[in-house]
Design a protein around this ligand. Structure first.
Ligand code: SAM
Ligand code: DTB
Ligand code: SF4
Length: 338
């Protein structure tokens, strides 16, 4: 077995995202739904072929998450343990100290992550938060890690502040189809999400945007979500596909889980429609077995959250992930591990 960290000694950063073609392809929702409807083997073949045209199929990029401000959020996102509207057991915390962030980032780097993603349970950051989160970006970047933040809605000025601090990626998900959105969230609009993504893009920060499946939506809704993402001009550099983690006390707690093959199809369709993007197999891996995760990699997923925790829920232990990648002869992309 080869070490999953075998490649690229001396390159602590992942290579920059690949260039997208100058004239973007526009996807009609029906075309995207037609991809979903392909015979499974046909869909997998097309996705894997697209994947190989743009990426090394044996590489996976590792991002580690840290919740820098947990719980007590004013928003009513139906899936979220951190909403003050839900009845979950998450204990609200204030923004954590810089030293705790640096410590967690050092540990993530030592484990082999190349990107460190900091998340806050905010509708949007307040003016007084910007200096502190900027320091976090600077210090994490100084460790030789790529930086990502997800802090809620950003205006143009806030996006520029983060860009000036050196932020590499900003995560802001569309979450679901415009037509299904109102069933999940009432305190923020879909247009508000598109505006934040635009502000991030204009500031010159890479966009990380995806969604959640398994929230009771239909295939048509999943196709509409993927079409929204793929039609962003340019489409996001990074596309997280989350499988709902059902959390006791949230409105979506009792939702029927999505058929695993339909989840794999969603990954494959994201790969085909956004060929240059890093497609991240995101939340929900704790409930997936190894074979299902391997199918997701075959479908074109080439990034995972790596670390024992997501924001408030469990993720596979790092040693389990290392074993999985070794069993699949896959390597960590751009890690500087020996
Ligand atoms: N408060 C910020 C916001 O909403 O933009 C940042 C943090 S928020 C937790 C980031 C994303 O995590 C959400 O947009 C959602 O896609 C995902 N997420 C949250 N709870 C989840 C769950 N239970 N299952 C799957 N994904 C989840
Ligand atoms: C994303 O798309 N998924 C991550 C990250 N971006 C911030 C969050 C997943 C959260 C899963 C539920 C939790 O741990 O609270
Ligand atoms: Fe708040 Fe973000 Fe959770 Fe929505 S997803 S409740 S905005 S932390």
């Amino acid at each position: 077995m080869v070490s999953i960290f075998a490649i690229s000694p001396g390159t602590p950063h992942s290579p920059p995202p690949q260039q997208q073609p100058a004239s973007p392809v526009r996807w009609h929702e029906d075309e995207v739904e037609a991809l979903f409807a392909l015979p499974f083997m046909e869909l997998m073949f097309r996705a894997q072929k697209t994947h190989r045209d743009h990426f090394d199929p044996n590489e996976v990029q590792l991002s580690t998450l840290l919740s820098i401000k947990t719980g007590g959020c004013s928003e009513d996102c139906g899936y979220c343990s951190q909403s003050a509207h839900s009845g979950t057991e998450v204990k609200p915390s204030k923004l954590i100290p810089l030293s705790a962030v640096v410590e967690a980032a050092q540990a993530a780097k030592a484990e082999g992550a190349t990107r460190f993603c900091m998340g806050a349970a905010w509708r949007s950051p307040k003016a007084r938060d910007m200096e502190r989160v900027s320091s976090m970006v600077r210090e994490v970047k100084a460790l030789g890690l790529e930086t990502c933040m997800t802090l809620g809605m950003l205006d143009a000025e806030q996006a520029q502040v983060l860009k000036d601090a050196g932020l590499d990626y900003y995560n802001h998900n569309l979450d679901t189809a415009p037509e299904y959105y109102g069933r999940i969230i009432s305190t923020r609009t879909y247009q508000g999400r598109l505006d934040t993504i635009e502000n991030v893009r204009r500031a010159g920060i890479n966009v990380c945007s995806g969604g959640i499946v398994g929230m009771g939506e239909s295939r048509t809704h999943r196709a509409a979500l993927i079409a929204q993402l793929a039609n962003l001009d340019p489409y996001p550099e990074s596309v997280p596909i989350n499988n709902l983690v059902p959390i006791e006390g949230t409105p979506l707690a009792g939702t029927e889980p999505i058929d695993p093959f339909e989840f794999v199809r969603t990954i494959a369709v994201a790969r085909i429609t956004m060929p240059h993007a890093m497609v991240r197999l995101s939340a929900g891996r704790e409930a997936m077995d190894e074979v299902l995760q391997a199918l997701c990699f075959m479908a074109g997923a080439n990034s995972i959250f790596y670390g024992d925790r997501l924001l408030t829920t469990a993720n596979p232990q790092t040693n389990r992930d290392r074993t999985l990648l070794e069993r699949l002869d896959m390597r960590a992309r751009g890690s500087d591990q020996p």
